[in-house]
Ligand binder design. Structure first.
Ligand SMILES: [Zn+2]
Length: 203
């Protein structure tokens, strides 16, 4: 193996461990994909979805991007949501942000170059919309963390208004959108109590 042999040896060890505990593990996994959850989280390497919620492969459908943003024009994210809702019929969509998110901090600072600036534009807008609340917070770290929370709430708000979710609720499909935040300092998740389980009023 020419490149990254350590990763391949990790992989062989992992596959052998699965077989050692259940010799039909991969056979079963290959034949079913029926996750109950769609996770929309940050790409940050410290927030791996399956690990922090203790779920095995096959149990959570995952979409991650910088700062867990749901944009109504992002065909990548929208396709994941459509597949999860219409084909997999997940019962829960979890938007999970995290404190000390680098993307959120960047959106509070000077303009960047390259595609990341365009990607973070909704966060800059969110920052402006909540400037009175954010300005009233004493420390930059607390302001940063609060914007991480506001970002999660904004994504839940956007999700609940997507046509694919409205259609699912219109069909009577049970589907709840949750807004959570993960704390890198203690490994714990917190529910931000911003969930949506029916279509919001238009407007
Ligand atoms: Zn992040």
């Amino acid at each position: 193996m020419k490149y990254l042999p350590g990763l391949f040896s990790n992989n062989r060890r992992w596959a052998a461990e699965q077989i050692a505990t259940d010799n039909r593990y991969f056979e079963r996994l290959r034949n079913i994909q029926r996750p109950e959850y769609l996770w929309i989280g940050c790409s940050d390497s410290r927030v791996p979805a399956n690990t922090i919620i203790g779920l095995a492969p096959g149990e959570v459908f995952v979409h991650r991007n910088v700062s867990n943003i749901v944009l109504p024009g992002d065909v990548n994210c929208l396709s994941v949501i459509q597949y999860a809702v219409e084909v997999l019929q997940v019962a829960h969509i979890i938007v999970c942000g995290h404190y000390r998110c680098g993307g959120v901090r960047a959106a509070m600072g000077p303009a960047l170059t390259g595609p990341i600036e365009g990607w973070l534009a909704p966060l800059r807008k969110l920052c402006l919309e909540h400037d009175a609340e954010l300005d009233a917070i004493d420390t930059p770290l607390e302001r940063w963390d609060r914007l991480c929370e506001l970002n999660v709430a904004a994504q839940v708000h956007t999700l609940a208004r997507l046509p694919v979710l409205r259609a699912a609720w219109g069909r009577g499909q049970a589907l709840t959108v949750h807004g959570w935040i993960y704390d890198l300092s203690d490994g714990l998740l917190r529910d931000l109590d911003v969930c949506a389980e029916c279509p919001p009023a238009l407007g």
